[in-house]
Write a protein that binds this ligand. Structure first.
Ligand SMILES: Nc1ncnc2c1ncn2[C@@H]1O[C@H](COP(=O)(O)OP(=O)(O)OP(=O)(O)O)[C@@H](O)[C@H]1O
Ligand SMILES: [Mg+2]
Length: 581
């Protein structure tokens, strides 16, 4: 076995360990069922021979009863085997799904930026499902099939050696054939999967952008793309199917030939008087029974190929390491936290610098307003501050500690951020405000929403805090979403708050509400406000102007306002808020 395959196998075995007791039961039941399957044709043989030689009726009834009992027990065991097989597979692969999802949630933003949600679903669920099918059926069918084949052939050798030899040759040829052609359909099956993944991602992307699709009359184009993608899925699927069917048909033909030979030989020995009629029937039954395990083995060869690619893809994903390394420092000074950027350089891709040589200090409790044109790097600055990305150069200190030394848990507990577009999750209003933290009481939510002015809005909702929100954010306006996010952050009582204002215009009433909410929030913490409106900056202590990722200006708001040559003063004079938007 090649090295990677060996490693994949030991990785799989790790997931099978917790279910090993069940696996043992499964195996015992399987062997019992195979034994019973082998026994029944023997009973029929006895039955036929007894009847043919004019045996006693009582014996016949007894044999018939035994046959029935064995057939029913076998059926019951088969049901139990399939139940247990699926149970084992689910338990083992659900842990795998859990591990994959947890791993993906910890991977850094650079990874997630290049992966579509459709692809991630495929990797966390699709790949594992193929492994799960394999788990559920492989153990049961492969072991069961081999035992059954060995049993049938073994019995046949005790009955008639030439016929047993024909059957053995057929079985060996079929298995050999399957081993030789096992990779025939793999490539086209992979293409088939890739085609359906692209169909999946097309639908996902267009449904996600449904508003724009509808508003821009984009529907006919989407349908056209859809049909073209469907066509590819069909063509690739047909090819993959053909390649899967050809080997199957070949074994069917081989099977028919071998059954014919076996029957001819059987009839020959019967006429010669070497075997009884019952034995002839037994030979017929056993030759029929050969086909099923061989077919199942063939199916499993395909399943194995699918599972193998799923396994490799999953392991590859699990071996990716987040570029963000957790730190160990857990203590930060109490109260508002100071912030210090020191010659920070940052880029998403190597070819385009986004932040260049940013150095500034914000003292504990101060408020900093950041302005700059769209794309100047304001949101990026807040992202590196929260360690969503690593810096290319330079350091950031919070409360005197380098953020790379700080445990991420501590960082997130003490620093709160309201992003430009607020995400809502499927759940009640309460869940969305507390982010599913049940320790936050309703009284606390009430107190906070009253202070921030959100309570009127909550009161107008049909079921108050129990109102159900849909995921995404479509159920709130931009202003409401910001108020909502402010409350969310407020409830965590952060010591440093970053507020990335939405660039959309809000009406005067909402803006006033938002402004007083921000004032409240900033009372107990250091604040960074990324502003798109000059009005938002009236109460900040310091102003930073960013341009093209560089720090164009940094200083006290009052001083900059009084210096007519400063960017900020010029903005105030012209009132050109578009400059900021
Ligand atoms: N995930 C990303 N991957 C690659 N480039 C990005 C990514 N996010 C932002 N950028 C680029 O980085 C630059 C700065 O973006 P950023 O979002 O920080 O701007 P901004 O100042 O917040 O703008 P706005 O005022 O519109 O919110 C832009 O040129 C943008 O194209
Ligand atoms: Mg931004």
């Amino acid at each position: 076995m090649p090295k990677t395959e060996k490693r994949s196998m030991s990785w799989l075995l790790r997931y099978l360990k917790p279910v090993k007791g069940k696996l043992a039961v499964l195996l015992i039941m399987l062997l019992t069922s195979t034994g019973l399957q082998l026994l029944n044709p023997q009973i029929i043989r006895r039955f036929i021979d007894t009847a043919a030689s004019g045996g006693i009726l009582g014996d016949l009834v007894q044999l018939a009863g035994l046959f029935l009992l064995i057939a029913v027990s076998n059926q019951l065991i088969t049901i139990a085997v399939s139940y247990l097989g699926n149970d084992v597979a689910w338990r083992a692969t659900n842990r795998m799904r859990g591990d994959l999802l947890k791993h993906c949630l910890r991977l850094d933003m650079r990874f997630h930026n290049v992966k579509t949600p459709g692809e991630m679903i495929e990797r966390v669920d699709g790949d594992v499902t193929s492994i799960s099918n394999f788990f559920a059926l492989f153990i049961v069918q492969v072991i069961g099939s081999f035992v059954l084949l060995a049993g049938i052939l073994g019995f046949m050798f005790t009955i008639n050696v030439p016929i047993a030899l024909v059957m053995t040759v057929f079985t060996l040829l079929s298995i050999l054939f399957m081993v030789v052609i096992r990779n025939l359909g793999v490539e086209s099956s992979k293409n088939e999967r890739a085609a359906s993944a692209s169909l999946f991602s097309l639908i996902e992307e267009r449904i996600a952008g449904i508003e724009d699709v509808q508003a821009n009359g984009h529907v006919p184009y989407v349908m056209n793309r859809f049909f073209r993608t469907m066509r590819t899925v069909f063509l690739k699927g047909r090819k993959a199917w053909m390649l899967r069917v050809i080997p199957w048909n070949t074994t069917v033909v081989m099977f028919i030939v071998s059954v014919t030979v076996v029957l001819l030989l059987g009839v020959h020995y019967y006429i010669e008087g070497a075997i009884s009629f019952g034995t002839l029937f037994l030979i017929y039954q056993y030759s029929q029974m050969l086909n099923e395990p061989i077919e199942l083995l063939g199916d499993q060869v395909q399943e194995f190929q699918k599972a193998k690619s799923g396994m490799l893809r999953s392991r590859e994903l699990l071996s990716l390491r987040s570029e963000i390394q957790d730190g160990s420092e857990e203590s930060l000074p109490d109260g508002p936290l100071g912030l210090e950027f020191n010659q920070v350089h940052f880029s998403y891709n190597e070819d385009k610098p986004v932040l260049q040589d940013i150095t500034f200090v914000v003292k504990p409790g101060e408020r900093l307003g950041i302005i700059g044109r769209t794309g100047s790097g304001k949101s990026s600055l807040s992202r590196v501050l929260l360690r969503l990305y690593n810096l290319d150069q330079g350091t950031i200190h919070i409360g005197g500690t380098d953020i790379t030394k700080l445990s991420i848990q501590t960082l997130y507990r003490r620093v709160g951020m309201v992003t430009q577009d607020v995400q809502l999750f499927d759940g009640t209003l309460r869940d969305n405000l507390t982010l599913f933290n049940s320790e936050v009481s309703d009284a606390m939510i009430r107190q906070t929403t009253e202070r921030l002015g959100l309570h009127h809005w909550i009161d107008t909702q049909p079921e108050g805090l129990d109102t159900h929100l849909t995921a995404g954010g479509s159920s709130l306006s931009a202003g409401e979403a910001q108020l909502f996010a402010l409350t969310r952050v407020f409830l965590t009582e952060p010591s440093l708050v970053i507020l990335d204002e939405p660039s959309s215009r809000l009406d005067a009433a909402t803006e006033n509400l938002l402004q007083s909410a921000i004032d409240e929030l900033m009372k107990r913490s250091t604040g960074i406000i990324i502003a798109h409106r000059l009005a938002t900056l009236e109460k900040v202590d310091k102003i930073m102007v960013l341009g093209g990722g560089r720090l164009l200006e940094f200083g006290s708001r009052v001083e900059l306002a009084n210096n007519p040559s400063s960017h900020y003063a010029r903005l105030l004079v012209t009132g050109q808020e578009e400059e900021l938007a």
